[in-house]
Design a protein around this ligand. Structure first.
Ligand SMILES: Nc1nc2c(ncn2[C@@H]2O[C@H](COP(=O)(O)OP(=O)(O)OP(=O)(O)O)[C@@H](O)[C@H]2O)c(=O)[nH]1
Ligand SMILES: [Mg+2]
Length: 198
């Protein structure tokens, strides 16, 4: 969270985190396509020839007010491929809220578990108390045939107490519901921080 008191702006950062090919970029593309063009910036994607995220995807949008300040939401996705671990950690710097995008396919369960372990390690390495960072779970690819039941995913990821959404990012199903939920949690936390440090 970064407040520019002169401009009366508050910058908030939401990161879409998860294993490779889970649907993070697809989710952000859908969000971009459904956001009012007057309230959002360009979608910036740095990707390889195979359309995989190389560094991150990014977009910004404005919405509502927080304690009289204009919030700017900065949304990022991390590159899920294993060897971009360092980049993932960089993207998490200063994060205010996380959407963990799990790939629901049976054969990807282990990758989801590895990604959540990396996430907690990275957060701790950056000085966060992981349990204090607003986080939600988006179980993606619910349209595919061999998928894990949501309660099993939650249990395997140790995310039983965490708000969860099912999604089909390619069709936009569930994507905005999960975005609204994390935005809401981030705003509530920001309000609390502002009122305790006026
Ligand atoms: N069937 C199905 N395919 C999906 C869904 N969401 C994404 N995909 C496909 O999965 C592939 C990977 O999606 P991306 O959004 O690029 O995945 P990513 O998480 O950004 O991957 P990295 O950038 O490598 O971390 C693409 O071919 C998408 O079209 C979904 O809900 N259902
Ligand atoms: Mg991507």
């Amino acid at each position: 969270m970064f407040i520019n008191w002169k401009l009366r702006e508050i910058n908030l950062k939401i990161v879409y985190y998860g294993p490779s090919l889970s649907g993070k970029t697809t989710s952000l593309q859908y969000i971009h396509s459904r956001t009012n063009p007057e309230r959002r910036g360009e979608l910036i994607s740095l990707k390889t020839r195979e359309d995989r995220t190389l560094y991150f995807d990014y977009m910004q949008f404005q919405m509502g007010k927080i304690s009289g300040l204009m919030p700017r939401f900065n949304i990022y996705t991390v590159p899920g491929q294993v060897y971009y671990r360092g980049t993932r950690k960089l993207v998490l710097k200063g994060v205010d809220g996380i959407v963990f995008v799990a790939d629901s396919q049976v054969r990807r369960l282990d990758e989801n578990v590895e990604a959540i372990q990396d996430l907690y390690e990275d957060l701790e390495g950056l000085g966060f108390v992981a349990s204090e960072v607003p986080m939600i779970l988006q179980c993606n690819k619910r349209d595919l045939p061999e998928i894990v039941p949501v309660p099993t995913i939650k249990e395997q990821l140790g995310m039983n107490g965490i708000q969860t959404f099912e999604s089909i990012a390619v069709d936009g199903v569930g994507v905005l519901d999960s975005l609204k939920c994390i935005v809401n949690s981030v705003v509530i936390k920001a309000r609390g921080n502002i009122s305790s440090n006026p």
